[in-house]
Design a binder for this molecule. Structure first.
Ligand code: C2O
Ligand code: CU
Length: 489
């Protein structure tokens, strides 16, 4: 009777939560074998309701993949073609972006750049071969500031060829929602230009896997892999796990040399991921808090509920979990082509003027008439010309200068990159607050930049097509902080 203790003092909601947590475990790959070398999925995008608040409180109308928030786990095999038929039952056009996957440009899901949006009632079939194992995610890339905030995101896991030696594999999709008393989304703030010019549209309710309190069950003695994803529009989160001693083993889906977190929190900017591995040493009956600690007070968002392990516990000693590398090409930094990206605007350093759709406009007009607040290289929003054109295989270094008073989560499509340098000399930032850092820079697809920081990123432009480079804070992107580059075959 391993759950006796928690059930005895659990209220009805907690029991409900516990059983919901079990359904999370039971998330099976939604896949059916189609051809020997293909996997097929279906995703129906539709309005639904979600119980984001405590029980007894009203439910929230959301938009969900398969009507769920988060959407179902899509599990894929590295190097194996995956087909995903997406049907749009929303009252708006949409697209799906497979965040972190270095796939064919035509499948990148960027409305207006790589495809036209999927109209209501239409089905679009995505088809791609994921090259990298790891923790990724999928989300809307059409009016993301609204559609992601309404719930259009889900986990995308590409399994390693060699399974990692763990007993349990868990995912946490973290999000903050702005809800009214009546449980509804605060729709009046969608598109608010003031928030675009500040830190974005922050929520007032934190959920893990769409629940105000997530209960994830683990057995004592198990080794657990926990995949953390920040799905919020704009909030930078920091997570701390009580009662376990995790190793950080991957960032943004790519393996890093395993590193003990100690008492440090894992910081995740919007869209960033971190994979942790830890052993459950607590006794059955323990409830280990999962807290978000970026605010003044830690906010407990869920628990690892430890139950009795009836099986023999596998003894692993101090052996570190090792994920196999995906083998990304190393940029030749010395001979790379060099480009600059100057990020300007936002509250406190308001744009004087910038070019929008080919016209130079003053900051007031940009904000009041167009809802724009940010510029990159003096241009607001996707420019007519790309930031740069590279030949396939060329090494590229982009120096991003955050000349604004706000942090930004800069994301590159279709490529992972290395952070080569960062000024002011805070040295490398691995999105883990604290001091001891791994020896080599990790591959990332999203990098957090603080005000006035300059970050050089380097990568081999090896994926032909048109790719976005933007701030993943949805309101910043909508407010103009987005550009693109091309890679020619
Ligand atoms: Cu996760 Cu352009 O997005
Ligand atoms: Cu930003």
């Amino acid at each position: 009777m391993p759950y006796t203790k928690s059930i005895m003092r659990a209220n009805r909601r907690q029991i409900l939560q516990a059983s919901l947590a079990l359904t999370v475990f039971a998330w099976l790959p939604k896949s059916v074998a189609k051809a020997a070398d293909e996997t097929a999925h279906r995703l129906d995008i539709r309005p639904a309701t979600a119980e984001l608040l405590d029980s007894g409180k009203p439910k929230t109308p959301v938009w969900g993949y398969d009507g769920q928030v988060p959407g179902p786990i899509l599990r894929m095999k590295r190097g194996r073609r995956t087909l995903i038929a997406v049907t749009n039952h929303l009252p708006q056009p949409t697209t799906v972006h497979w965040h972190g996957l270095r796939i064919d440009n035509a499948m990148d899901g960027v409305s207006g750049l790589t495809q036209s949006p999927i109209e209501p009632g239409e089905t679009f079939e995505y088809s791609f071969v994921p090259p990298d194992a790891g923790t990724h995610w999928y989300h809307s890339h059409q009016r993301g500031w609204e559609q992601v905030a309404r719930g259009l995101y889900g986990p995308l896991i590409v399994d390693e060829d060699e399974p990692v030696d763990v007993d349990r594999d868990l995912v946490i999709m973290a999000d903050d929602w702005r809800l009214q008393e009546d449980g509804r989304l605060h729709e009046a703030s969608f598109g608010n230009v003031g928030e675009r010019a500040h830190g974005g549209r922050l929520g007032n309710v934190l959920t893990l896997n769409g629940k105000a309190y997530e209960y994830l069950q683990v057995l004592s003695g198990e080794r657990v892999r926990l995949r953390l994803v920040n799905c919020a529009n704009a909030r930078i989160m920091q997570f701390r796990l009580a009662g376990v001693a995790p190793w950080l083993v991957a960032l943004d889906g790519q393996p890093v040399a395993a590193m003990r977190l100690g008492d440090r929190a894992v910081r995740l900017a919007p869209a960033q991921r971190a994979d942790l591995v830890f052993d459950v040493t607590a006794k059955a009956g323990a409830e280990l808090a999962i807290s978000e600690v970026s605010g003044q007070k830690p906010l407990v968002a869920g628990y690892l509920q430890v139950a009795e392990n009836e099986d023999t516990v596998k003894q692993r000693g101090d052996a570190l979990p090792v994920l196999s590398e995906n083998g990304l090409p190393m940029p030749d930094v010395k001979n790379a082509r060099f480009f600059e990206l100057n990020m300007t605007g936002g509250a406190m350093r308001f744009l004087k003027s910038a070019v929008y759709k080919g016209k130079s406009l003053d900051g007031r007009t940009l904000a009041q008439d167009h809802g724009k607040a940010w510029a990159m290289n003096g241009i607001v929003g996707t420019a007519l010309e790309p930031l740069f054109s590279a030949l396939q295989g060329e090494s590229v270094v982009v120096r991003m200068k955050n000349d604004t008073a706000w942090p930004h989560a800069m994301h590159v499509h279709g490529h992972h990159f290395l952070e080569i340098a960062r000024k002011p000399a805070k040295s490398f930032d691995y999105s883990v607050s604290g001091s001891a850092l791994p020896e080599t820079a990790p591959w990332r697809d999203t990098v957090l930049m603080q005000p006035d920081e300059v970050v050089d990123i380097g990568f081999v432009a090896d994926n032909p097509g048109s790719w976005l480079l933007h701030c993943h804070m949805m309101e910043h992107m909508a407010g103009g902080m987005v550009t693109w580059f091309e890679v020619h075959a």
